[in-house]
Design a protein around this ligand. Structure first.
Ligand code: XMP
Length: 594
């Protein structure tokens, strides 16, 4: 990690990562309970863990008895520090300490009922029959010497085990997920009753400590940021501003001309209210628009935008003398990225992808970088932002892709009519999707049903599964013309269509904010598609989704009153023929169209 670890805060609880998707969730839950926690590779030597008050071994996809499975240093069980193993961690404990682990006939995934079998500090206030969440194939079939079985389910005899004298515990289920009814209570018991942790963590109280850290890393040097108007870079910038004063920090914003209506003004207002003269806009909109004029292929759009960003940033770095010794680069990197760039091979790919700017690469290589949020989770960044007095409107923003409206403005090569299919109409309109681990680029199905037909999302999923020619399904909400008369038109990126999309997006954003629907969804892309009639060649697709991290997502139904208002206002716009709602979950769709 580019930023040296901060010596002023040490994790009381270390989560050993055995490759589970729940690892971050465990650390976050521990922190929510007020105890600072960090993640370390599973094989971390015991000697490096001796300062901790508790160790949690995470769940993971491997089997303990397979070669190459993630290991822990067996000496951690001799430290006298309490250990809690979850799922794979539970099996690891059994395996190391003389118990037995076997592969089950079939897996156990989802909700189950736990019955506690004897009193123990771990289950204090959480005794009896209770709902838990399981996801496993292997099971502990015999507990190690000294251990007692603390709980069972119908199919899992050792769902919880413990050796109270050595303070070592294992749970086959996941207390860190919300579906485990007493999960929080069980974790709190481990932290406070068994480990003797003291509350030491509140994101809102980190401001002074982080500012101290920024001063230490910066020394006499100044800090510049490329800011996007997103939460992370704005909070990171604000901390640097408070730490070093307005003379020593700069925020540079590139206006690509591809942003939403009013975006540049919004970002300017936020930063100018933070400090006079700290913010500069590079208006590169003419360059971006000229480079994109006439482009249709989604990958080519992304390539052009990425390369233009690099050019513009390079030019800013050179002309502002930011590459000279008295400047370092500030970045809004948060904890999950810190962990990723610390180890896995996959992270390397992500990194090179994002930091192609040679000037920035040089700064990173020279260790001239400060990342004030490197140990915080996203929700902690928001809380800290609140403490710093940043506007709620900024803190609660939905994510918005860097390449902006360009990727939501779809293009086609040719004019082709829709075709009748069983269950709907095939629109020869290609969009990106994700099936298995690979990307698809396929036409869309317009289902016959109205957007509020019962069971519509399930039906859409089934139609997509059955028909390999499509990767998405949409429903017609309102139109100037019958579906049968719709056709695609040859369309590329151009100012007229970008402006049409920008207006539509602004209409949706205003209504969604006014009605409070923006708080019920994670993101709400608005897409312009070249499907319509010769008089009105484009249509709008509405894509409200629920998600946790953008990796998977569920399409969310629009409340009928809101849908009605949006249809009325969008169909009154020039060039817009119809309004659709997207019914596709991710996978098989992506959140963005493109
Ligand atoms: P997809 O479309 O892949 O999107 O399901 C997942 C999440 O990532 C966002 N996204 C981006 N964010 N730069 C970004 O900063 C990008 O190039 C980019 N592409 C997609 C998308 O908005 C969604 O939240």
């Amino acid at each position: 990690m580019s930023l040296s670890p901060d010596p002023s805060i040490r994790p009381q609880v270390v989560v050993l990562d055995t490759g589970g998707q729940y690892c971050h969730l465990i650390a976050r839950k521990v922190r929510e309970l007020g105890v600072y926690s960090e993640i370390r590779p599973s094989e971390t030597p015991a000697a490096q863990l001796s300062h901790a008050r508790g160790i949690i071994i995470s769940g993971g996809p491997a089997s303990v008895y397979e070669p190459g499975a993630p290991q822990v240093d067996p000496a951690i069980f001799e430290l006298g520090i309490p250990v809690l193993g979850l799922c794979y961690g539970h099996q690891t404990i059994a395996w190391h300490l003389g118990g037995q682990v076997e592969r089950g006939e079939k897996g156990e995934y989802g909700l189950a009922w736990l019955e506690t079998l004897q009193q123990d500090a771990l289950f204090e206030g959480a005794e009896g029959r209770q709902q838990i969440w399981m996801s496993h194939r292997d099971s502990v079939t015999r507990v190690p010497p000294g251990f007692a079985v603390l709980g069972s389910t119908e199919t899992c005899a050792v769902a919880a085990m413990g050796d109270a004298a050595r303070r070592i515990y294992g749970l086959q289920f996941h207390p860190e997920v919300v579906h485990t009814a007493n999960g929080k209570r069980i974790l709190a018991n481990f932290l406070f009753r068994i480990c003797g942790c003291q509350p030491d963590w509140s994101p809102r109280e980190q401001s002074a400590r982080i500012q101290e850290e920024i001063r230490r890393v910066a020394g006499t040097r100044n800090v510049f940021f490329f800011v996007s108007g997103g939460v992370d870079s704005t909070v990171a910038f604000t901390l640097c501003l408070r730490a070093l004063g307005p003379e020593r920090v700069r925020a540079l914003y590139v206006d690509t001309g591809l942003m939403r209506a009013g975006e540049t003004e919004f970002v300017r207002n936020v930063f100018e209210s933070l400090g006079r003269g700290v913010f500069a806009v590079e208006d590169a909109s003419e360059r971006f628009l000229a480079a994109l004029e006439g482009v249709r292929d989604p990958e080519q759009k992304r390539r052009i935008i990425g390369e233009m960003f690099v050019d513009v940033q390079e030019q800013i770095l050179a002309s502002g003398h930011y590459l000279e010794g008295e400047w370092i680069l500030g970045q809004g990197t948060i904890y999950p990225d810190t962990i990723e760039s610390g180890g896995t091979a996959k992270a390397d790919v992500i990194k090179t992808h994002h930091n192609r700017v040679s000037g920035i690469q040089r700064l990173i290589a020279e260790n001239r970088i400060v990342e004030p949020l490197h140990s915080l989770y996203k929700d902690e960044v928001r809380e800290l932002g609140r403490e710093l007095g940043l506007p709620e409107e900024l803190l609660e923003r939905h994510p918005f892709p860097g390449p902006g409206l360009a990727i939501r403005c779809l293009c086609e090569d040719s004019a082709r009519p829709v075709e009748r299919l069983p269950g709907g109409w095939l629109a020869p309109l290609h969009s990106v999707g994700v099936q298995g681990d690979s990307r698809s680029y396929r036409p869309v199905l317009i289902v016959d049903d109205a957007p509020d037909a019962p069971g519509l999302h399930e039906k859409a999923a089934e139609l997509i599964n059955r028909n390999a020619a499509i990767n998405r399904a949409i429903a017609l909400a309102a139109s100037h013309a019958p579906i049968a008369s719709l056709q695609t038109s040859p369309a590329a990126l151009c100012r007229t269509r970008l402006e049409r999309l920008r207006r539509a997006d602004a209409i949706v954003r205003e209504a969604v904010h006014r009605t409070g629907f923006d708080r019920e969804v994670w993101q709400f892309p608005v897409i312009l598609v070249p499907l319509g009639t010769p008089e009105r060649p484009d249509s709008i697709v509405l894509r409200p989704v629920h998600s946790v991290d953008g990796m998977t997502a569920r399409a969310v139904p629009l409340p009928p009153a809101l849908r009605g208002e949006l249809c009325g206002r969008l169909l009154a716009e020039d060039g817009i023929c119809a309004v659709f709602v997207d019914l596709t979950h991710k996978p098989p769709g992506t959140i963005e169209w493109e």
